[in-house]
Design a protein around this ligand. Sequence first.
Ligand SMILES: Nc1nc2c(ncn2[C@@H]2O[C@H](COP(=O)(O)OP(=O)(O)OP(=O)(O)O)[C@@H](O)[C@H]2O)c(=O)[nH]1
Ligand SMILES: [Mg+2]
Length: 285
Amino acid sequence: MAQLKNVHYYPGHMKKAQDSLTKLVRLCDLVIEIADARAPLSTRNPALKGIIGAKPHVLLLSKLDKADPAIAAQWKRRFLDKEGLCVLLGDLKKERFRNIEALLGPQLAAKRAKEARLGMKRQPARLLVMGIPNVGKSTLINSLAGHKLAKVANRPGVTRAEQWIKIGESLLLLDTPGILPMNYPDGSQAVRLALLGSIKEEVLPNDDLAVALLSYLKAEYPRCLGLRYGLADISSLNGDEILSAIAVKRGFLLNGGAPDESKAALALIKDFQGGELGRLCLERP
Ligand SMILES: Nc1nc2c(ncn2[C@@H]2O[C@H](COP(=O)(O)OP(=O)(O)OP(=O)(O)O)[C@@H](O)[C@H]2O)c(=O)[nH]1
Ligand SMILES: [Mg+2]
């Protein structure tokens, strides 16, 4: 994916949240790190690894309903092979995640065994949910609760402070604000995060994002563009030219009749985010 140079976007509340996470990790039994199945590498914040340390840790890849299932499965295998990570994969809005305690059984087994050994009453499992903005942390918590407890919206930075939420007698979840990396040595990571709605819309120009997305889709998923926009052969076009062609097909024209590429860029990004281009991943293992 094309790169954007010198992206720096690190709102003040994220620094505060990152500092307090270190203390909160000590209080919990297990960390659930959420990343987006459409870009599982780019949507993991490398700083979290140090914060999580040796605490039991599960990686949950969200939004599988919008991701290329074959590639997402490859990512799952890769995290298991390279980091020994337990990876769950799915649509967080679906029923399956209501049963997270069973899904996490092996990770919580040591805690339960210790309670039994000491003859203690079963304590609620304390799960800390962390990840970058907009990956679905609050959605998971609402899904577990079966109703809306935490505020959810399709934009970054919705959750601003940590919040403990009790689910039944056996689970205590901590919802935390999304934390972005402080910088992006690989500028294409920032492009992916903006396309996935984890970096605020205003930070990177839509036209650049759209051209980067089109160049990637042309290489990896050429059919999806033809299907969605009725474009015949895009093999000889570059990203800019495909964007123009979409504007023309859609009837997005400026006063003088020239293609309105900004409007086409916005429509393309919304289509991608809404899953209208099909189930796609922005990076491969
Ligand atoms: N299709 C789909 N949408 C999801 C899934 N998980 C979350 N979403 C949507 O993603 C958007 C962001 O979800 P949130 O739960 O607010 O994300 P968050 O990680 O809490 O974000 P911050 O509070 O900003 O850090 C919302 O529009 C959710 O409905 C999923 O598995 N599939
Ligand atoms: Mg949230």
